[in-house]
Each structure stands twice: as structure tokens, then as C-alpha cells.
Design a protein around this ligand. Structure first.
Ligand SMILES: Cc1cc2nc3c(=O)[nH]c(=O)nc-3n(C[C@H](O)[C@H](O)[C@H](O)COP(=O)(O)OP(=O)(O)OC[C@H]3O[C@@H](n4cnc5c(N)ncnc54)[C@H](O)[C@@H]3O)c2cc1C
Ligand code: FES
Length: 293
């Protein structure tokens, strides 16, 4: 795997738009200054509130959209206010400033040949909305499997529909309680869908770790590749604090040991990958899914 190229910057961003986005979720659009590198789908940024703030550390957030505004970019996020940091974020008014570091981490390799299958679980849809846009711009069709516990947690559904309509891509919904779409989970949808698709399948997924583990196992036993966007509680977001470890698979451990001194300085060690710099997107064979929490 090639070493990540460091392109991140710390900038002051301004709130362009901030609104409710379905029950319990919000959409935030930030204007960033010229010179900020355009994030790729699956990358994230760290958002740090101005002093005085209820939280000391920045909060990681996946990029859900990128739009060009002249020489500048606006970057969109879909998030749930769940604790002190995201609740304080939810109070920012239009025009307010905050500090943004990014783009960070490795994104999805959307250019990989094969049939792209995007798999989203709940608010994990955020980076996949952007992935759907990128594929549409590259004139590539995709299958979009979107699952949640119940219908109202299929957040961003209209946005997903709009982005998929551009290239005749297909949306497949699933809910655990059967309130919308297929009554079951995304892996059951993959089982039904796969025989109808041209191989090889290349899955790009984001959602709860339990779902990602199930998707990774499905891919490994069905000859597909899967790229999973993982989360971890993060402090620096840049590989320095070593606070976001994920367990490597035996295969990945052996490879990293063999790389030795060639391994980039800000990566994890042979046993543990750092979610922020080795990831957040990992191919299914990179992690030990029995030990992922
Ligand atoms: C790479 C990455 C991308 C992310 N993208 C998004 C996104 O697009 N939209 C979004 O809503 N959230 C996203 N998150 C999660 C988001 O960063 C956390 O919800 C946020 O940090 C919580 O901060 P807080 O101060 O509000 O809550 P805290 O008070 O810090 O925590 C509140 C609760 O949330 C839990 N929590 C905190 N961070 C995480 C996490 N990363 N994963 C699971 N549980 C967590 C805590 O354990 C606690 O139970 C992402 C996280 C990562 C690592
Ligand atoms: S968050 Fe500091 S090393 Fe990953």
C-alpha cells in the first residue's frame, strides 16, 4: 500500500449553511479558504470549536459533499449531535467560524475496476453520498445498499436518490424492523443482489462496526473486495497521539513487519493500525474483525 501523501492544512472555516436534516441529524456546510485541498470520498476532517468551548479536542467528521465556489470550496457534513462537542457544533449560526484540519486519512479507492457497490448503515451514509457523486461524475453506475434499524434512521435518503438518479444507479433499502424496503440487513441484501451483478464486486461501506465486520466477512467469503470506513475516538487525527488503534489481521501484521523501516513514520505499529492515518478506510483483509470493537 503506498504511503499517504500529507496534504492537510489547518484553516479557519465559516458556516455557510446549517440546518436540521431529518430527526436527530443536521447538515453543516462550511466555506473553506482557497488552497485547501479537495477531500476525496472517505476522507475526514477535524472540527475544532473556537475558545471558549465545552470540549478541548477537535471532533472527526466525514466529508459528505464538496462543491467549488470560485477559487474556494464548500464542504458538507451530515452529523448527529450526540455529546458535548457535536451539541456545541449544532449551535453554530451561519457566518460563525471554527477551525478545520484536513483533508485527513485515506479515502475510498473508487477508481478500482469492477462493479461499485456502496453499502451504508444509518448516518454512515455521509461519505457514501459523496462517493455516489464522484462515481456519477466519472459516468459510472453503482448499486447503493442503504440499511438502518428503522425507516426514520435512513437519513439522507432523498439526497441519495437525487445523486443516484444521475447515472441510472440503483438504490436498495433495508430495515431491521421491515418499516421500509427489505425486511432484514444489508448482508442479506448483498446475498440477493450479488448473483445479478457483473463481477468483480468492489464494496465501499460505512456504518456501525458490527455491520462493517459482517460486510467484510461477506466480501472475503464471496471473492469481493471491500473497503470499510472505520471510526475510533480520536484526538490528533494525524498519527501523533497513537490514540485510535485498530487490530491488524495476521496478513497485514506480517506485511508491515516485512516493510520495516520503509513503513511511513506516522503509521501504526505491526500489531495495530492507526484509524486516522492507516485508515479510516481499510480493505477487509487489513483488520482482525474478531478483535474490532
Ligand atoms: C473518521 C470519523 C468520521 C466520522 N464521521 C462522522 C459523520 O460523518 N457524522 C457523525 O455524526 N459522526 C461522525 N463521526 C463520529 C463523531 O466524530 C462523534 O460522534 C463525535 O466525536 C462525538 O463527539 P461529542 O463531543 O459530541 O461526543 P462525546 O461526548 O465525545 O461522546 C458522546 C458519545 O459518543 C461516543 N463516540 C464519540 N466518538 C465516537 C466515534 N467516533 N464512534 C462512535 N462513538 C463515538 C462516545 O463514546 C460517547 O458515548 C466520525 C468519527 C470518525 C472517527
Ligand atoms: S487520532 Fe491521534 S493517532 Fe489517530
Amino acid at each position: 500500500m503506498p504511503a499517504a501523501v500529507r496534504t492537510w492544512k489547518q484553516v479557519v472555516a465559516h458556516v455557510r449553511e446549517h440546518r436540521a436534516y431529518g430527526p436527530g441529524f443536521r447538515w453543516l456546510e462550511l466555506d473553506v479558504p482557497a488552497g485547501f485541498a479537495a477531500p476525496v470520498a472517505g476522507q475526514f476532517v477535524q472540527l475544532l470549536l473556537d475558545f471558549p468551548s465545552p470540549v478541548l479536542l477537535p471532533r472527526p467528521m466525514s466529508v459528505a459533499s464538496v462543491a467549488k465556489r470560485g477559487a474556494r470550496l464548500s464542504v458538507g457534513f451530515l452529523y448527529a449531535p450526540v455529546g458535548a462537542g457535536t451539541r456545541a457544533l449544532s449551535e453554530l449560526a451561519e457566518g460563525a467560524s471554527l477551525h478545520l484540519t484536513g483533508p485527513l486519512g485515506r479515502g475510498y479507492p473508487l477508481e478500482e475496476p469492477g462493479t461499485p457497490v456502496l453499502v451504508a448503515g444509518g448516518r454512515g451514509v455521509a461519505p457514501l453520498l459523496m462517493a455516489a457523486d464522484v462515481l456519477a461524475r466519472a459516468r459510472r453506475r453503482c448499486e447503493f445498499v442503504f440499511g438502518a434499524r428503522t425507516a426514520k434512521l435512513l437519513v439522507g435518503l432523498d439526497e441519495a436518490r437525487a445523486r443516484l438518479a444521475k447515472r441510472g444507479s440503483k438504490l436498495h433499502l433495508a430495515t431491521d424492523d421491515g418499516t421500509r424496503g427489505f425486511h432484514g440487513n444489508v448482508v442479506q441484501v448483498l446475498d440477493r443482489l450479488a448473483p445479478r451483478l457483473e463481477g468483480p464486486l468492489v464494496i465501499h461501506a460505512c456504518g456501525p462496526h458490527g455491520m462493517l465486520g459482517a460486510v467484510a466477512r461477506w466480501a472475503m467469503s464471496n471473492g469481493a473486495r471491500a473497503h470499510l470506513a472505520m471510526e475510533s475516538v480520536m484526538a490528533c487525527g494525524t498519527g501523533v497521539c497513537r490514540g485510535c488503534p485498530l487490530p491488524r489481521s495476521t496478513e497485514a501484521r506480517d506485511r508491515v513487519r516485512a516493510e520495516g523501516a520503509q513503513a511511513a513514520a506516522l503509521k501504526g505499529n505491526p500489531d495495530w493500525a492507526m484509524c486516522c492515518t492507516d485508515g479510516p478506510v481499510f480493505e477487509s483483509r487489513e483488520l482482525d474483525w474478531d478483535r474490532v470493537e
